[in-house]
Structures are given as C-alpha cells and as structure tokens.
Design a protein around this ligand. Structure first.
Ligand code: AMP
Ligand code: ZN
Length: 666
C-alpha cells in the first residue's frame, strides 16, 4: 500500500517536472493549464496525507510559502568575477593581441548575449538543486534558495547524464511583458509603477515571502558551468550540456573563430535586441577552450578569457517643446516632456517621463532646451541631461505647477513623497473619470455595454459625477451622446442594472480605495462581511486583520471619513448594489473558530479535505500547512502522517478526529 502511494507520488512528481520543463524551458507545453493544475492538486493532496514522503524539491513547492527573515551569507566556492568591458572594434582587437601572446594556436570564441538582471550561482548535488546564492561582492552572497525554487525555469531535479556535483551561473531576469503586467496591476491599485525590469528582478530575490516571488514572472538564463569532471572541454559544449540537463540556456549563442565574426554578432544584436523577450545590455565574448581559459587565468577583478561588449545606451538629442502635467485616478501629478519627434531604439519618441518636481530641478531642464533622451533599462524613455551649449538666450527656469492643471486646486505634497497630488478628490475631472472607469472595469463591476470613453463623455456632459450616479441613467439620458444608438443605449442601461448582482468583495474592489486591490478587497469582505462594519473599523482594528498593513488601514479609514464617500455608498445601497456578503455565503459563516489555527492531515470520510478547510475558514478559523507551537488543533483523518502526529504530540497540540471537528462547527 505505502509502496504504491510512494510510487504514485513519484510518478506525479516526474510528470509535473516534465511538464514544467516543456512549458518553461522549451516554451512548448504539451498539456493544458487545467490538466496541469489538476495533476498538481492531486500531488499536493497526496503529499499532505503522506508527509513521510516529503521532498524539498517536489514540483508542488513551486508556489512558495517559505518566509525568510534574514538571508544567510554564503561564501562562494569559487569567486564570481566581474567582466572587463569593451566598447569598440579596437578594444576587441587589442584584447585578441593580448590573448595571442599568452596562448598558442587558434582561438575560437563563444559569443553570448549579456542578460540584464541579477547574477545567480546555483549548486547541484546528485541532480538536485541544493543552494541558490546571489553574487553579492563576488566572494560571498546571500542564500536565496527558497525564493529561487519558485522560478519555474530553474530545474529542481536534473535530467539526463549530469555530474554529481557542480555549480552553474546565470542571470535572473524579468521578461518585459511580465514586467508590464506587474506594473499594470500596481497602477490599478494606485501604486507607483516599478522603474525597470533589472531592479525589479534583483529586488524580487530579496522578498521575504517566497509565495510573493512565485507570483512574479521571473526567469533564470544560464551561461556558465563550474566544477570538476564536467565532461566538457569548451564553453560552447558546456552550454549544450546545460541544456541537456534541463536548464534554460538561450539559443542565441554562437561559436566563431575571428574578431570580425564577433563584430558581426555584436552588430546584429545591437540592432535586433528589441526583438528579444527580455533586456540585454551587451554581448559577452568568451575564449571557447577551457584549456586556453586556464592558461589565461584571471586579473584581480575579471577573467582574462572573457570580455563584455556594452551596447551604447541608445541616446538621441531633440528639442523639449513643452512640459505638461497629467493627473491620475489617485490625483498623482506626473510631469511629461513633449519632445520634437525623434527616432530612438526602433520607435518614434514624442514624449518622455520627467517623474516629479525634484527630477526637473536636478536636470535644470527648461522648455526650448535641446535634451538628451535615452532608452536604457527604462521602458519609457527618459531625459538624462540638457545640452547646455545649445540653451537659448533668456531661457527661464522651469517652475513646477502649484495648481492642478485640470481643476485649479492648489497641489499638495506629503512629507517624504516625491509626487505632488491634487487633493480635489470629488471635483477634479480626471480623478472623477478615472474612478468611474475603474468601477466599471472588468475585474471590478464588469459593466457590459459601457466603456472608458463613454464614461468620459457622460462625465463631461454633466450626466454623472460619481459611480453611484450610473444607476440613475436612462436610455433617454444617454441617447444624445456622440455615436450612441438606441440599441447601445439599451445595452448600457441593462449592463448597469446587471451589476447590482456583483458580489460584495468585487464591489469593494470597484470602489477604488487606494491600496485596496482584488486580494485585499476579498480579505476585507470576508472579515467584515458588510460595508457598514468596514466603515466603522478603526486603523487598529484593521491592522489586526491578517495581512492588512498600516498603509492600507489608513487608506480605508480615510476613505470612510469622507462625507462624500459615505453619501455615495448610501446611494449605492439604495439602488440595490451588493454591500454585504450574500445571505447564502453568510448562512455558512460563524466566528466559532476565531483565533484558532488548524492543521489538516489525512483522508476524511464525510467531507473532502477542501470542504473541511473551507469549513474552518467559514467559521473564522485559519488553516496552516505545518504544525508549530502556534497550531491550536490538528484535524486528523485516516492515514495521518507519522511525522505530523509525532510533532503534534510532542508540542501537546490536541488532535481531533473528523467527527470531533464536525461536532465543533455543526
Ligand atoms: P558587470 O556587472 O558589468 O561587471 O558584468 C558582469 C555580469 O554580467 C556578470 O556578473 C553576470 O551577472 C552578467 N552576465 C550577463 N550575461 C552573461 C553571460 N552570458 N556571461 C557572463 N556573464 C553574464
Ligand atoms: Zn485637480
């Protein structure tokens, strides 16, 4: 029996590993996401029932959950060197001359892309990932294994014919598309977007909660093997071997035999780098033969056998025609540089970000200036400097606006914040429109038949001023709007009516309270159950709710402190919008288990594990996956794992049978 289960677990692990590899390394999935999730769920359930078959490298652990408070410092077995830089053909030719003085015979080179991210050293023993360490100062770095394990393209178990023990180095990057998605989500909850993929990737590695890292679309691109008896003699073959063992090694590497060919490779990628899914900042050229590499050795800082070629950050100069100021949904002001259109990095650039008042002052940038614009790590081009030699006579320093460009209200800037805000929450057009657009958006009220542009038209026509006004719109009201036909007017009104059925947690998200994203809205809805209860919560009450921090708590309290907001909510209520959990949801909820933490283990007869966990949560309890001194009860079904049982007994935690537990909640 136990033998069979162990085999079954092993088989699921193998299958999932294979699917992960197909999906994340080869970009070639062979089963649907749904089927993958079902298999994963099956494995998770089996593993929970059989903790005796625990495996630190099981694919089920990809979702993270381990929390690291302090990252341990680890000394690298072999130093992680830096690279020397070159910028021209001459630099490379000089390098080759130096090489030829030190080694005999022809020299071949492996050309690789220089991935722009955070460097990483992975250690494998017996085919299993045992450690992931950041570069740090090159001699020692931080152990970030728990976080790196959540990156799906990092193999936890190797395939094929791998050496017993070796290290492999690579770069953790955040592909551009994933970076944009993360920023969209941040903007939606009123947070500042991240500046660039590189810093976001390295910042991610130092997050304390690995479950948060798991949510980020990071990738690990490998480029170098370290160790004895690797079974390869050249860099190029090493890359192929690493691929065979299951690592993600980009296919753009080329083996060449002259500096001219190196230059061809460089020129090609300088021009085509924007077609890659991730950012590169140059090319790395490596002497291919390991034997020659050994002959060449290292300087104090870098290998003599490798050379980086850094692309020039693409830069142009153009005229700054005007500075305008945008007002966001949260009232944040962003200064925007309007430029004389100019070609840069494959696109025509007309605008660049100026970030905030401090940035403008630091650059001393003025309308009429000739400015240098760069598209480096940043996605939005930025102004890096002014060409002072071309500054027009009589030019005037830029004075940052003191009043909102949309509504004229005096701007405020909070202590410690970089951004200015327009505080006219209820009277400033872009804020009004932005909030209603958020309210109707797909993840919020998902109002069919009403789009963002129509919202602007409705506001500008004076028909609505906040989202509660939507519910008084009639077909006759909206028909006179531009491009509005009878049918679309009816659809719009119908869509608004239908939104009255949207459940409370989504309404709460739709309200657009700063920092209250989808997840936080769910938590708050579940905990407070109604808008009235939430409106009465103090900051202290709120921070006591699991995972609600001070920033969120203060923002919620401020929202309900506003008289206008309270009026709007009263109106929503009068129209029949869902402002509390439905009777059906509530009927199944109590506070009976409040303050108690449960660990569920084993198989159950009358309810499934999922149902059991839901019962705990619906009754106010918390479910945790591992037993600790904080556990209140263990609910044990048949076949509870012996290690869990021993631990519970040792800590004196009461073990409940299925029946005893059900009696508690029924
Ligand atoms: P630098 O930080 O400019 O001294 O460049 C050295 C860094 O480039 C290394 O620490 C690696 O993290 C990174 N790098 C990116 N791609 C490669 C590659 N293909 N080969 C070697 N190093 C690379
Ligand atoms: Zn304003």
């Amino acid at each position: 029996m136990s033998q069979n289960i162990q085999q079954h677990i092993q088989q699921l692990r193998d299958e999932l590993r294979e699917h992960n590899y197909n999906y994340y390394v080869l970009d070639n999935p062979v089963i649907s996401d749904y089927d993958f999730d079902m298999k994963l769920k099956q494995l998770q359930e089996l593993e929970a029932k059989h903790p005796e078959f625990y495996d630190a490298n099981s694919p089920s652990l990809r979702v993270g959950g381990e929390v690291t408070k302090n990252f341990e410092t680890v000394v690298h077995e072999s130093r992680m060197y830096s690279l020397d830089n070159s910028y021209s053909k001459e630099d490379l030719e000089d390098w080759e001359k130096r090489l030829k003085k030190m080694v005999d015979g022809p020299i071949a080179y492996t050309c690789e892309l220089k991935y722009d991210g955070a460097s990483m050293n992975l250690t494998y023993e017996n085919g299993r990932l045992v450690r992931a360490v950041t570069r740090g100062d090159g001699f020692q770095g931080d152990d970030v294994t728990a976080n790196v394990k959540t990156i799906k393209s990092v193999p936890l178990q190797l395939r094929g014919d791998y050496p017993n023990k070796f290290e492999i180095r690579g770069e953790i990057v955040l592909p551009i598309e994933g970076f944009h998605k993360m920023n969209e989500a941040r903007i939606e909850i009123g947070e500042e977007p991240y500046r660039n993929p590189r810093n976001t990737a390295s910042g991610s590695l130092k997050l304390q909660d690995s479950a948060e890292v798991a949510k980020r679309p990071l990738e690990c691109l490998l480029y170098s093997l370290k160790g004895r008896d690797l079974g390869v003699n050249t860099q190029f073959d090493g890359l192929q071997k690493a691929r065979d063992w299951g690592f993600k090694v980009p296919n753009e590497a080329r083996l060449v035999t002259s500096i001219d060919e190196v230059l061809e490779y460089i020129n090609y990628w300088d021009e085509h780098r924007h077609e890659l899914p991730y950012e590169i900042d140059g090319v790395v050229i490596k002497v291919n033969s390991f034997y020659q590499q050994e002959e060449l050795g290292y300087t104090a800082k870098a290998p003599r056998w490798a050379m980086a070629y850094k692309f020039k950050a693409e830069q142009v100069s153009t005229r700054l025609n005007d500075i305008t100021y945008q007002v966001g949904r949260t009232g944040a002001i962003t200064p925007v540089a309007n430029l004389e259109p100019v070609a840069l990095a494959g696109t025509t650039v007309k605008r660049a970000s100026l970030h905030n008042a401090d940035q403008i002052a630091k650059l001393d940038v003025r309308v009429g200036d000739e400015v240098f614009v760069e598209k480096g790590g940043e996605i939005i081009p930025k102004i890096i400097a002014v060409d002072f030699t071309k500054r027009p006579e009589h030019s005037q320093p830029t004075t940052y606006i003191a009043h909102c460009p949309e509504c004229g209200t005096a701007l405020v800037r909070q202590e410690g914040e970089a951004q200015h805000y327009c505080p006219n929450y209820n009277g400033c057009n872009p804020q009004i429109i932005g909030r209603i657009q958020h309210y109707i958006s797909r993840k919020a009220m998902d109002i069919e038949g009403l789009g963002g542009e129509t919202v602007a038209l409705l506001v500008n026509a004076g028909l609505i001023n906040n989202y509660s006004d939507l519910y008084e719109l009639t077909v006759e009201h909206v028909l006179p709007l531009e491009r509005m036909a009878q049918k679309s007017a009816e659809n719009l009104v119908h869509g608004i009516e239908a939104s009255k059925q949207i459940p409370f947690e989504r309404v709460l998200y739709a309200l657009g309270i700063r920092y209250v994203g989808e997840t936080v809205a769910k938590k708050l809805a579940k905990h407070y159950k109604s808008i009235d209860a939430l409106a009465h919560a103090t900051t202290d009450d709120l921070v006591n709710v699991d995972e609600i921090g001070v920033k969120i708590a203060e923002s919620v309290v401020a929202f309900f402190n506003s008289e206008e907001n309270r009026t709007i909510i009263a109106r929503l209520k009068s129209f029949g919008v869902q402002l509390e959990l439905s009777a059906e949801t509530l009927a199944n909820q109590t506070n009976k288990l409040e303050g108690d933490t449960f660990v569920v283990s084993g198989v159950f007869n009358t309810v499934s594990r999922t149902e059991l966990k839901k019962l705990i949560e619906d009754n106010g309890g918390k479910v945790s996956s591992s037993i600790s001194s904080k556990t209140s009860y263990v609910v044990a079904g048949d076949n509870m794992g012996p290690s869990k049982k021993n631990k519970a007994v040792a800590l004196g935690i009461p073990i409940l049978s299925e029946k005893e537990f059900l009696d508690m909640v029924m």
